[in-house]
Design a binder for this molecule. Sequence first.
Ligand code: SF4
Length: 310
Amino acid sequence: MHYTGTIWRPPYETGSLIVEATAGCTHHKCKFCTLYEDLPFKFKPAPKEHIEADLLEAQTWYHDPLRKAEGRLFEIDKASYDRVFLSGANPFGLKAKHLLEIADLVHEYFPECESIGCFSRVTDVTCKSDAELRELAAAGYDGLTLGIETGDDDALAFMDKGYEAKEIVEQCARLDAAGISYAFFYLAGISGKGRGIEGARRTAVVVNQTNPWLVGVNMLTIYPSSELYEEIVAGSWQEEMEVEKYEEVKELVANLTIETEFAMLGASNPVMLRGRLPERKEQITSALDSIINDIGEERLRSYRSNLRHL
Ligand code: SF4
């Protein structure tokens, strides 16, 4: 497989075939981000011949087990994937025509594939027409993961995310209209010391106007190679305490009024949680209280300080 650098995928895409469609990020400016720093370039689309070769290779792994039992190890006319996840920070930033060509390849090698997902920036949706979004939906694009991070305009601007909160609402409405579902990644801690609760409230206002199937929370983990670290050293930004990050998440959960899945998964979360909202709101907030009161700042901070890699 042609995988370039570290490959990131959402925790709920474990069962998907991961195919590299792009490497790196078209934006590459968010101050806290160190995800693609191991690449010698900012962004590159994968050559189509690499994608095709990877799909062919994957087909050979997932042939019918009965055929395997018969000793026909390289029979490639039967595969079992029903979902493909395109890797890269924002493959949805590719032009619609390019994405449709990739979908054609996916369906050629995996005819039973029901959906194709990937990470997307909010601005990747902005760049596509309504007709293009409908075409992409018809080609199987569904279940995008949008790293919205926050609905707090001050934090979005400071971190150089490249969009405002109202664009999240506008672009998600366009995805809804096109029939493309999406999940959100929220970044606890992004608003900075003393502003976590306000950031959570502002985010809830934004998220309550959208329809994500999941709101996933990641926790800000700052590495010395990030621009944000330099801001801290320069004294222009202060990190939230770990406990404040959990108070912030509690505030977000308390203020969400939509029906959605809530999840804290992945390495940035010392404690993993998952539950349906609104049904499990009380259990989730009580679990967050236990983390704050029973685990406490020192052990939570120790986890974060020892987290070498996300
Ligand atoms: S858009 Fe995502 S991958 Fe790109 S710089 Fe920002 S956080 Fe990092």
